[in-house]
Design a protein around this ligand. Structure first.
Ligand SMILES: CC(C)(COP(=O)(O)OP(=O)(O)OC[C@H]1O[C@@H](n2cnc3c(N)ncnc32)[C@H](O)[C@@H]1OP(=O)(O)O)[C@@H](O)C(=O)NCCC(=O)NCCS
Length: 194
């Protein structure tokens, strides 16, 4: 539905639950996301149904990240939308380790930001990331997120506490860097502006 450089963001279908389950119980993926309990097919189907309810209530929008030929890569979304302040909380996961570090996550996040600012008319977007998630932090800084603080020892992960880093980006910052985006066409992201 919405096109980035090499990914498209589309709605989630119940059939995606099986594609999610292909990697969702991989502990390495889940430790980056702050949860480490197994999930079942029924739970993933329920999660997808809940994303539809969230969408119709206007509180959030969750997408499947797919290649242009439809291959499932993961999910991303904006939740906790505040209609007065025009703010929201972002999340993203490329599920299969074989697709990490190939540009898909940065591409999907830029596309999600363009949707959030241009389609949903949001103004400020925030995310949180574990302090050890160097790949994610590098991607977010390249896009233009600012580190605005941390929650110390927020997460107990595999025997150790880790800080959460909080980052945000404003619409004016995104648009200064990337301009208005035509989400109906393949978009080439130009990261040269700082
Ligand atoms: C975080 C995530 C969305 C990033 O997407 P991605 O497609 O893997 O990342 P990209 O390739 O777009 O960008 C990663 C950047 O970090 C660099 N990088 C790759 N692996 C790295 C590593 N192990 N350590 C540090 N930097 C790394 C890349 O070179 C790239 O920088 P560049 O564009 O300047 O070359 C994805 O890795 C992911 O979903 N991981 C698992 C779940 C997760 O961590 N979700 C985020 C929770 S906040």
């Amino acid at each position: 539905m919405y096109f980035g450089e090499n990914v498209q963001l589309t709605g989630l279908e119940l059939a995606d639950a099986e594609l999610i389950l292909e990697n969702w119980n991989n502990l390495e993926l889940r430790l980056y996301l702050g949860s480490s309990t197994p999930a079942s097919l029924e739970e993933e189907q329920e999660w997808i149904r809940n994303t539809w309810k969230m969408r119709s209530s206007g509180k959030g929008l969750e997408f499947a990240i797919r290649t242009f030929d439809g291959g499932f890569l993961g999910t991303c979304g904006v939740v906790r939308i505040n209609q007065i302040n025009r703010s929201g909380l972002l999340g993203i996961a490329i599920h299969s380790k074989q697709f990490w570090g190939k540009g898909y996550g940065t591409d999907a996040m830029c596309t999600l930001l363009a949707i959030s600012f241009q389609i949903l008319n949001l103004n400020r977007l925030e995310l949180e990331v574990h302090s050890f998630n160097d790949r994610a932090i590098k991607s977010y800084k390249k896009i233009g997120f600012n580190e605005i603080g941390k929650r110390r020892q927020e997460h107990w992960i595999n025997g150790k506490y880790y800080d959460s880093i909080i980052m945000d980006i404003l619409r004016e910052e995104f648009q200064t860097k990337f301009g208005m985006v035509d989400l109906t066409l393949k978009t080439i992201w130009n990261f040269s502006k700082t």
